[in-house]
Design a protein around this ligand. Structure first.
Ligand SMILES: Cc1ncc(COP(=O)(O)O)c(C=O)c1O
Length: 440
């Protein structure tokens, strides 16, 4: 069934958007000039699709704590937190110190180092299901390696994933799958539809190497899985003899032991990324020793896992400070509670203003949707009018608040209580400014 977008007061909304875009352009002459220049060398002036927004993207020249500064001299309260990789704020002094020490000790040894032992120990002690871990350079790579391992370990090829899930640039499953996805047999299951997904998994079980799942669809709109859905996936993976791979690239920051602890689920493999390298390029996959030890290079017939920068000293050093000093389990718990409280405040604000907006999410990760009804499945998002997302995004930029164009927010530790108050009042003011459109 196709759900038609709810189009609100179309001519007024189009006019408001045109006016907001013009206003943005007038306030961003440098962004326009730089975009023109960038277009000559980078397709669309861009090298990371998700960052693009119209009419031209802002160009950031500096960042500090929870603030960004653009080429046009504007500053922004940063609610996006580098899509969750910027958990510690920009240029945290402890991370800077770790990085300068690492740089002084020498970059790229081309040999085993010492720091990778400590970072691996921190990770395995934090996530109950991870007995051994290996590092990669991105979350995408971590998922690719976990799936390769699942295929080898089971001798099967097919991977079950949720429609609408994002597991990396070549593992994106909205709209049936991205044209640049890595090749491989994929079985699509509906997200948060427990019985419908179970039927497919039962039918396809003997072909499945793995079920790969985000505990919360992150890029897909911060839609947390129902606990019963995750429990069903665990059950069906075991029944089929397939591996359950939990993609915690985003959600591992939730609570003391990641979403797996919250859901009480034990995956066979977990993939990690984002903030865990202290803001450096990072990815990791880990799980049961018996599976991961297939990579033990001292074993005859060991699986190869290459990567020039897998144990790069900057990431290892920053990762230790991040996980040991800045984000121990009790801080993770407190930050999760803070995020829950912030999201509740936003939803209370929307109700008080009578606007058709809601905030979905888990802990410090959330997405604002131009919808009255809280979405729980990707299909629920089809009813959103994307023009309202752009309007709010541009109005918030003007107010000096930065979030993702799609409404995504990943709260960083650098945000103070005063910053969060400021964010709530800026969002409230932006909605009130065009109340007729947002409340229609
Ligand atoms: C759930 C999830 N998995 C994997 C990835 C890919 O990570 P990376 O961008 O480091 O390749 C992302 C990135 O947004 C993600 O949100």
């Amino acid at each position: 069934m196709t759900i038609q977008p709810v189009l609100r007061n179309t001519p007024d909304l189009d006019a408001a958007l045109t006016e907001a875009r013009q206003h943005f352009l007038a306030r961003h002459p440098q962004a326009q000039a730089l975009h023109g220049k960038a277009n000559a060398y980078l397709p669309g002036g861009n090298t990371r699709t998700v960052l693009y927004h119209g009419p031209v993207p802002i160009r950031v020249v500096r960042a500090e704590g929870a603030r960004l500064f653009d080429a046009d001299g504007h500053s922004y309260l940063d609610l996006l937190g580098e899509y969750s990789a910027g958990l510690f704020g920009h240029s945290h002094p402890a991370i800077r110190t770790a990085l300068s020490r690492a740089a002084e000790a020498g970059l790229s040894f081309g040999a085993h180092g010492v720091d990778e032992i400590e970072l691996a120990a921190l990770i395995t002690s934090r996530f109950a299901s991870i007995e051994r871990v290996r590092f990669t350079n991105s979350g995408t790579e971590a998922n690719m390696m976990a799936l390769a391992l699942a295929r080898v370990a089971t001798g099967r090829q097919a991977i079950a994933v949720a429609s609408g899930a994002y597991h990396g640039g070549v593992l994106y499953f909205a709209g049936g799958g991205s044209p640049v996805n890595m090749p491989g047999e994929v079985v699509l299951i509906p997200f948060n539809e427990t019985e419908a997904a179970r039927d497919i998994l039962r039918a396809q079980g003997p072909r499945l190497a793995a079920i790969l799942i985000e505990p919360m669809l992150g890029s897909g709109g911060c839609l947390p899985a129902h606990a019963a859905y995750i429990a069903m996936l665990r059950e069906e993976a075991t029944r089929a003899g397939a591996l359950l791979v939990l993609d915690e690239v985003m959600t591992s920051r939730t609570g003391a032991g990641g979403a797996q602890a919250l859901f009480g689920v034990t995956p066979d493999l977990t993939t990690l990324g984002k903030y865990m390298g202290g803001g450096m390029s990072f990815g990791a996959f880990g799980g049961r020793a018996e599976l991961m030890d297939l990579f033990d290079p001292a074993r005859p017939g060991a699986l190869p896992h290459a990567g020039t920068f897998n144990n790069n000293v900057m990431t290892m050093a920053a990762g230790i400070v991040a996980m040991r000093d800045l984000f121990p389990p009790q801080v993770a718990q407190a930050h999760t509670a803070r995020g829950e409280a912030f999201r509740a405040r936003l939803n209370a604000l929307f109700a008080q203003l009578g606007v058709g907006w809601c905030a979905s999410g888990l802990g410090s990760l959330m997405t604002l949707h131009p919808l009255r009804q809280m979405p729980t499945r990707p299909a629920d998002l089809a009813a959103a009018d994307d023009r309202l997302r752009e309007l709010l995004f541009l109005d918030l930029l003007e107010a000096g608040v930065y979030l993702a164009r799609r409404g995504y927010i990943a709260l960083s530790l650098a945000l103070t209580e005063a910053d969060l108050d400021l964010a709530v009042s800026a969002i409230g003011a932006a909605l009130e400014r065009r109340l007729a459109l947002h409340a229609a």
